[in-house]
Each structure stands twice: as C-alpha cells, then as structure tokens.
Design a protein around this ligand. Structure first.
Ligand SMILES: [Zn+2]
Length: 427
C-alpha cells in the first residue's frame, strides 16, 4: 500500500496571505491603475523588470494625467522593489501595487502608492501582468485551497458509498444499492445455481463500483489517496479482485473495518481514519482543540484561555502552543510616545481601529504630556506570532467556521497549552 506524503502548511502564513487578499479584494482604483504582477518560479527577474519598464513607456499614452501619474509611480515602485531581490524567490513572487486612498479615506489626490509582496504558498507556475481597476487575486486565492483530496469508498455486498475529504471537511458524494441477493437462498433454487448467480451479480456490482470510482476520483476529483472501508470481507474481495483502475488501485492507503457501508459507512470510516490522515488539517485541528480541552477539564494548569492572560504567558515564555481561530477580527493598536517611549495599547475589533488611532495620536502622552504619540496597528495573529517567534512558542490558526473552531469560540476564540504550570513556579 502506498503512503501519502502531504506537505504540512504553515497556518499562520496561510492566515496572513488570506487576510492580505481579503484586504486587496476590497480595493479599487479610480482608473485602470492597479498593478498585479505574478512572477513564476524560476523566471528571471531582469526579464520582468524590462517588461515593466516597457509598460512605463507605454503609460505615456494614458489620457488622464491623474491615472498616468499613478501608473508610472506604481510601476517605478515595483521595479525598485524587485531590484532588492538577488534572484526570484524559491516558489516565485506576487506583487501588487497601486495608488490607494489613505486609511479612513481621503479626497482625490491624497492617494499613497502602496506595495504588497506575497510569497506564494506553493510553486507559482503562471506569469501575469495586469494593470486594471482592481487587483487580480484569484490565482493566489486558488492556491490557498487545499488540493489534497482523499477518496473514501465504503462497501459491502448490499451498498456502496463514496466520500471525499478535502481540507477540513468530509463530503458524501453518493451511495448506491447492489441489488445482489442475500447470502441465503430462497426455497426451490439449487444451491450451486444460487451461488453462481450471486457471484455474477457481485462481479457486476464490483465493476459498477469501480467505474463510478474512476469517474469520481480520477475524472472529477483527482484524489491523492483512497481509503476503503466496510463490514466483513467484501472490501477485501473487491480490492483483491483488482476491479479498480490501476491508478486508483495504487492509491489505496488503507482499509478500515467498519459496521456500515454506504453513506453512513463513509462517515464512520472518516471517524476511524485519524491516524492515517494525521497530516490533514481537520484532524490536526481536532487534536489541538481536544488537547486544550483535556488540559482545561483536568485542571492540570496547562490549558488556559483569555487573550490577556495568554499574551502575558507568551511574553513570559510559558506557552508551548497557542491556538486561535481565523475569525477573531481583532487588532492591536499601539500608541508610542516618541519622547518618553511610553506605550499605550489596546486590542480591539477592526471597525474600532481608526477611531482608536485617532484618539491616541490626538491626545497628549499620558506619561509626559508631549503631543508626540506615534500610532501603529497589527492584526492580532501577526502580533502574537511576533512575540511567539522570540520565545519559540508555536502558533496554530484554525478555521473558525469548522467544528473545532466553534468549540474554541466558546472560550473566546483563543487558547493555549503551556509548557509547565506557572502556578507551581510562582511565589
Ligand atoms: Zn511621553
């Protein structure tokens, strides 16, 4: 049986890319002036740079002074930035650049040329240059989708079900009845004839299952692995008979004994396949959240929640793994006095960020009364990752919409497993 090798993805990195793309999706230009450049893996940067310079030349034809200025400035900024790279990054590079209104909006003419660089999560194969009234983010969005599909077949002599595991969910695709007679013959039939007929019917059923499996798992949803489950020996007969197309036959990663076939069997097999699929995100999330709850419920002192406390534990180097959902929508706003270095901070929701920044910057420093408070903000995950990087703590961002994310939501969307119980160490 084959072994699947699925690359583990960095959940913090994926979260950050997703957030940036969400932000970019909302932006629009006054004219066709927002630039998207996709530089594929292995493509020479100097080729890209000369293409962009040519574009700068043709920009002279743009009628509106306003748009022309923005396009020329943005292209210049991209070229400048690309020159800082010695060579194309390993997986390629995506750059977005455009003149965007300042935060909180502003009148025409107050735009600032802003650049975004994104290290793609996988090898980028496509080259794209676009100057448009919006950023072209779809290629990157597609790359964020989990493309590791696993097929499930739950079979016995009566039923068969097909299921698909992708990213964080299992989906039942279809189920069918076999039409094969039960094992026990009716009166009036010879035992031999009954057996013969039954075998023929089974062979016909197996071929039908194999055909549907090929359609689902090769043609429609190309899978990377296949799990076959069911009660009794039918699944083994099906596998050993080599009914499946050879590509699928080679993809069987496991067989699972279960109580059911059909759609119920698919769900049961998934529940039993945690070990095999331990690289899959949903299973990882399940383990993380279950670990956290186990520690909290056992009062071991190792399971904690509450953002304030967790930040303190993190700063004190006590956190082993921090778990946070991708939908907290929280930001940390900081006001730092340039004179006395006093720091004011607050963690608040997205919509309150701009008023808070205004409040910090338009009031004197509470410590030295200077009107020199400089404000900045960070996405909460970004901020936590920054502290965690210093202390070697792990951060896992889990899907807030999925089952285990909503369990974590009951604790305020963030929890942590500690390295040791700080209650024992203190005092
Ligand atoms: Zn001050």
């Amino acid at each position: 049986m084959g072994k699947i090798n699925i690359e583990k993805q960095d959940s913090v990195k994926m979260y950050k890319i997703r957030k940036t793309l969400d932000e970019l999706t909302e932006k629009s230009g006054h004219g066709t002036e927002l630039i998207s450049v996709y530089i594929p893996k292995g493509k020479q940067l100097h080729e890209i740079i000369s293409t962009l310079r040519e574009e700068q030349g043709t920009a002279d034809n743009i009628k509106s002074d306003f748009t022309r200025g923005h396009v020329v400035d943005s292209l210049g900024k991209v070229v400048q930035r690309l020159k800082l790279y010695k060579k194309t990054p390993e997986r390629g590079l995506v750059v977005f650049c455009g003149a965007l209104p300042p935060e909180g909006g502003g009148p025409l003419g107050s735009e600032v040329v802003t650049i975004y660089e994104i290290d793609p999560p996988k090898d980028l194969k496509q080259y794209l240059y676009r100057c448009d009234d919006h950023f072209h983010v779809d290629i990157l969005k597609d790359m964020l989708k989990d493309d590791n599909l696993i097929g499930f077949i739950a079979i016995d002599a009566k039923d068969c079900g097909w299921g698909l595991l992708h990213g964080d969910k299992i989906e039942v695709l279809a189920q069918t009845g076999s039409g094969v007679a039960g094992k026990h013959r009716q009166g009036g039939q010879s035992a031999k004839r009954f057996q013969k007929l039954r075998e023929m019917e089974l062979t016909y059923f197996y071929n039908r299952v194999a055909e549907t499996s090929r359609e689902y798992f090769i043609d429609i949803y190309p899978v990377k692995g296949l799990v076959i489950s069911g009660p009794g020996p039918t699944k083994e007969d099906f596998i050993n008979g080599n009914y499946l197309e050879y590509r699928l036959q080679n993809m069987i990663i496991s067989t699972i004994d279960s109580s059911y076939a059909g759609s119920e069997g698919i769900r049961e097999a998934f529940a039993k396949s945690a070990d095999i699929l331990s690289n899959f995100r949903m299973v990882e999330e399940k383990k993380l959240v279950e670990d956290l709850f186990r520690h909290i419920n056992s009062h071991s002192g190792l399971g904690v929640y509450g953002l304030r406390d967790i930040i303190e534990f993190l700063q004190n180097n006590v956190v082993d793994t921090l778990i946070i959902t991708d939908n907290t929508n929280l930001h940390r706003v900081e006001g730092k006095c340039k004179r006395c270095q006093n720091i004011q901070e607050e963690i608040i929701e997205r919509r309150d960020v701009i008023p808070k920044k205004t409040q910090f910057s338009s009031n004197p420093c509470p410590s030295c009364k200077a009107m020199e408070v400089e404000v900045s903000e960070r996405d909460i995950v970004d901020y936590l990752a920054l502290i965690a990087a210093k202390t070697g703590s792990k951060i896992e961002v889990i899907s807030g919409a999925a089952e285990y994310g909503s369990m974590l939501a009951s604790l305020g969307k963030v929890g942590a497993i500690l390295r040791y119980n700080p209650g024992h160490a203190k005092k």
